[in-house]
Ligand binder design. Structure first.
Ligand code: 9WN
Length: 420
C-alpha cells in the first residue's frame, strides 16, 4: 500500500476526534468542545464535507449565552479527564459551559467557508442563520469588554486569550492573589509532560479569577470592572477586528446592511486604536495592561498575530522583518516568544513553542500584505514540522520535538488548509 499523504493523515485526525456535531481538540487532554478550536477546525472540515463544517460552528453557537457571549468550553459530555470541569465553573447553563470566552475567529471562519463553498444554496442558508449570532457576539465584546469606548477589548483571564501562559500575562498575573483558592487536582499534567504546561502558581491565579467571577454569578456587566486582570492583547483584538471586517463583507453579500455597517464601524475604530499598541523598538505590537494603562514589555506572538487584521502596510512589512529575524534564531517558525528574551522557554506551551494555528493566521495576514516570501517560509516550516513530528498540539521551535497532546485537531485542520 502507498504511504498515506500528510493530507490524508490530517483528515484522519479530524475524523478520529469528530463527535458527530462537534470535534474535540484531542482525546484525553481536552474531551469537550473549545471555541476557537472548533471555528478553525471547520476550515479543515470544509474541504471534506461542507455541511459538517457549518455544523461545527453552529453547535458552538447553540450554546451562546443570552447576553451574546460565546463560551470558551462547551461540556457536551461528562468526563473527569479535564480540570476545571462544570462543577468548578457552575454557570447554570442547560448544557454546562465555562463562563468566559476565547478569540473570536468565527466571523473570519464563516466568511472563508462561505466564500469557498461549492454548495452555494447550503452556504447561503447556513451563513444567514449564523450571521445575527456572530454579530451578537461582536456586540457583546464592545459592550462588556470596552466600557470606555476605546475601540479595543480587554481579556479578563489568560484562558480567554487562547495563549494561556504567555509571558505577556506574567506581570499582570502577579497582581492576582492566590489566597483561598483551596486544594485541587490538575488533570492536564497527567496527560502531558508538566514541563510543557503552565506552572502551579499560574494555575492558582487562573482559579482565583474563576472563583472571583463565579462569586459575581458570571454577570458580564460586572466582571470587567471587578477583575484585577484586564489586558488589551493585540492578537486577540486583531482577530476580533478581522472577524468584524469579514462579517461586514458577508453581511453585504447577504443583504444585511445594518449588520454590515456596525461591524465595519467596529473594525475601523479598532484598527485606528491598534496604533497605540505599536512598539518601534520591537517591530511589533505589544499588549497594554488596562489596570495601569501601560504597555507590557513582552515580545510575544500576540503582537505578530496582529497582521491578521488589515493593519497599515508599513506595520505589516515591519512585522514581516521581525518574523525573518526570529526565524534566524530557531529551526522552526514562528516561535510564540522571542528566543532572545531570557523568559523564553522552548517547550513550555505559549512561552516559546510553535503553534500551527498562529502560523496559519500570521501567514494569511502577511500574504494579504504582499509578504509572500515570509508567508511561504511559515507554511513550509509548518509542513516540515508535521513530517518530522506528526500532528502535535505544539512544537519546540529549536528541536522540532512534539509537545503537549498528540493527534491534535486544529493542527490537522491547518494542514488540510495549507495543502488545499
Ligand atoms: C484552556 C484547547 C485549548 C486551546 C487553547 C490552549 C489550551 C486550555 C487548557 O487548549 O487551553 O482553555 O486547559 O490548557 O491554550 O488555546 O483552545 O485546544
Amino acid at each position: 500500500m502507498a504511504p498515506q499523504t500528510a493530507y490524508d493523515r490530517a483528515v484522519n485526525v479530524l475524523k478520529q476526534n469528530d463527535r458527530g456535531t462537534y470535534t474535540v481538540p484531542t482525546k484525553g487532554l481536552y474531551p469537550f468542545q473549545w471555541n476557537w478550536d472548533s471555528c478553525l477546525t471547520a476550515l479543515g472540515q470544509r474541504h471534506v464535507d461542507e455541511a459538517r463544517a457549518w455544523t461545527e460552528i453552529e453547535t458552538l453557537f447553540a450554546h451562546q449565552w443570552e447576553d451574546g457571549m460565546v463560551p470558551h468550553i462547551v461540556f457536551h459530555e461528562v468526563s473527569d479527564q479535564y480540570f476545571p470541569g462544570p462543577e468548578v465553573w457552575r454557570t447554570n447553563r442547560p448544557t454546562p459551559t465555562s463562563g468566559m470566552t476565547q478569540p473570536p475567529v468565527a466571523g473570519f471562519a464563516a466568511k472563508r467557508i462561505f466564500d469557498g463553498a461549492k454548495d452555494r444554496v447550503l452556504a447561503e442558508e447556513r451563513a444567514r442563520r449564523l450571521l445575527p449570532k456572530i454579530n451578537a457576539w461582536h456586540k457583546w465584546f464592545f459592550a462588556n469588554r470596552d466600557p470606555h469606548g476605546e475601540g479595543l477589548v480587554a481579556i479578563l483571564h489568560p484562558w480567554e486569550s487562547g495563549r494561556d501562559n504567555s509571558i505577556d500575562w506574567d506581570a499582570a498575573l502577579e497582581r492576582v492573589p492566590t489566597e483561598g483558592v483551596g486544594e485541587y487536582s490538575r488533570r492536564d499534567t497527567q496527560h502531558a509532560d508538566p514541563a510543557h504546561r503552565p506552572t502551579k502558581t499560574q494555575y492558582d491565579r487562573y482559579l482565583w479569577l474563576v472563583q472571583r467571577f463565579r462569586s459575581l454569578n458570571w454577570d458580564n456587566s460586572r466582571l470587567h470592572d471587578a477583575s484585577p486582570f484586564q489586558v488589551v492583547d493585540p492578537g486577540f483584538n486583531a482577530i476580533l477586528i478581522r472577524s468584524c471586517a469579514d462579517l461586514a463583507a458577508m453581511a453585504d453579500a447577504l443583504d444585511e446592511p445594518g449588520i454590515a455597517a456596525d461591524n465595519r464601524a467596529w473594525a475601523n475604530k479598532g484598527l485606528a486604536a491598534m496604533e497605540g499598541l505599536w512598539s518601534e523598538p520591537h517591530g511589533q505590537y505589544l499588549c497594554r495592561d488596562r489596570t495601569i494603562n501601560t504597555l507590557i514589555d513582552s515580545a510575544s506572538i500576540g503582537g505578530i498575530l496582529a497582521t491578521f487584521a488589515a493593519i497599515p502596510s508599513g506595520r505589516a512589512h515591519a512585522i514581516a522583518r521581525t518574523v525573518e529575524r526570529l526565524s534566524q534564531s530557531v529551526q522552526f517558525s514562528v516561535p510564540s516568544h522571542d528566543p532572545a528574551d531570557r523568559r523564553f522557554d522552548a517547550p513550555r506551551y505559549w512561552r516559546g513553542p510553535v503553534w500551527l494555528v498562529t502560523n496559519y493566521m500570521i501567514a494569511d495576514g502577511l500574504a494579504a500584505a504582499g509578504e509572500n516570501a515570509v508567508a511561504k517560509l511559515i507554511i513550509d516550516s509548518s509542513l516540515e514540522l508535521i513530517e518530522k513530528s506528526g500532528f502535535a498540539e505544539y512544537y519546540d521551535p529549536i528541536s522540532g520535538t512534539p509537545c503537549g497532546g498528540g493527534h491534535f485537531t486544529w493542527t490537522a485542520a491547518m494542514v488540510v488548509e495549507f495543502l488545499s
